[in-house]
Design a protein around this ligand. Structure first.
Ligand code: UFG
Length: 315
């Protein structure tokens, strides 16, 4: 199996879990944000970009399916650098699909995002909800979803997009912890855990139209997320493209995340209120009914476990 982006936080966790489950794994990663030492040594690592078809050809040799995690993934950065997001995410995915066709690989599970929906017009997002991204990151993921639908019809590939909500948590494998190692770190939970009196965590916006004024997100443990990928591989069908949301089905505000982290660590998290961050929607919560029925999957880990695993991984 080819895992693109297998040196990143989610990809490297997938690689370790897949290897433990007996899969042979080849990783393609340009190491722009990933880390070579996060890639389990039992996997074959090809350092290369999705913008380089030869690198994709080298990485896909001997594989019969693809888990496509690689891509730029920060909402804020995408507002600053929209062209980069279109190039890496859309052009890169197009190259990957072209090479898959060339070499006769037709199974793909793609890391799509809740950011494809934009500002929700209903409390809980289903796969039928309108897609109107509020940032270039979401636009780029939506374009790839559309491309997969086209290629399923045109080329008969078996495609499945998993629309992630907020992935959190860490995985302790046989070779130690795999966790988020972004630089700079923009995600809420690692930043909350790092906060100190001299560097309090910034709360982006306290005037959102939510109960406590902070943004609401749906957090899913990375282990539950990868479990859903393994189940997704089993239901792939030639000529079809399914879209499935992956979250826990419950929303937590930024303040609730901070309070849960305070409980986990046994100390108060220092915070600093600030302006809203560009590109953020107020609320993103998944309906996970389709994931439950189609994949026979359900989340097993709650917010406190996610935070506690991240906390353990950094100590
Ligand atoms: N936040 C803070 N302070 C921080 C970091 C984040 O207040 O230091 C807030 C954000 O404004 C947002 C919430 O916490 O309201 C979550 O922010 P993250 O940066 O952790 O995550 P995002 O919701 O921006 O994005 C994540 C992934 C995207 C994915 C999205 C889907 O990075 O790839 O979830 O919900 F599309």
């Amino acid at each position: 199996m080819l895992v693109t982006g297998g040196a990143g936080y989610i990809g490297s966790t997938a690689v370790a879990i897949l290897l433990d489950a007996g899969f042979h794994v080849s990783v393609l990663d340009d190491l722009s944000t990933g880390h070579a030492d996060s890639v389990d040594s039992r996997a074959r690592l090809i350092e290369g970009s999705l913008l380089d078809k030869d690198a994709i050809r080298r990485a896909i040799a001997g594989c019969d399916s693809v888990l496509h995690f690689a891509g730029k993934s920060l909402v804020g950065e995408s507002v600053e650098m929209p062209a980069l997001y279109m190039q890496v995410n859309v052009e890169g995915s197009t190259n990957l699909l072209d090479v898959m066709k060339e070499v006769g690989v037709n199974q793909i599970v793609f890391s799509s995002s809740a950011a494809t929906y934009g500002e929700p017009r209903e409390a809980i997002l289903t796969e039928e909800s309108e897609t109107q991204p509020t940032n270039p990151y979401g636009e780029s993921k939506l374009k790839v979803d559309q491309l997969l639908s086209e290629r399923a019809v045109k080329d008969g590939i078996a495609a499945l997009s998993l629309r992630y909500f907020n992935v959190a948590g860490a995985f302790k494998g046989s070779r130690g912890w795999l966790t988020e190692r972004h630089n700079p770190e923009t995600h809420l939970i690692p930043n909350v855990l790092k906060a100190s009196d001299s560097h309090p965590v910034t709360v982006f916006g306290i005037d959102w139209p939510t109960a406590d004024g902070t943004c609401i997100r749906d957090y899913i443990h990375v282990i539950d997320l990868i479990d859903a990928h393994i189940k997704a591989l089993k239901i792939l069908k030639n000529g079809t493209h399914e879209i499935i949301n992956l979250g826990s089905g419950e929303g937590y505000s930024v303040r609730q995340v901070i309070d849960t982290a305070s409980d986990v660590m046994g100390r108060k998290v220092p915070t600093r209120d600030a302006q809203r961050r560009a590109g953020d929607p107020a609320v993103l919560v998944a309906s996970i009914e389709k994931a439950q029925s189609l994949l026979n999957w359900k989340p097993t880990k709650n917010l406190s476990e996610m935070i506690s695993d991240v906390y353990s991984s950094t100590r």
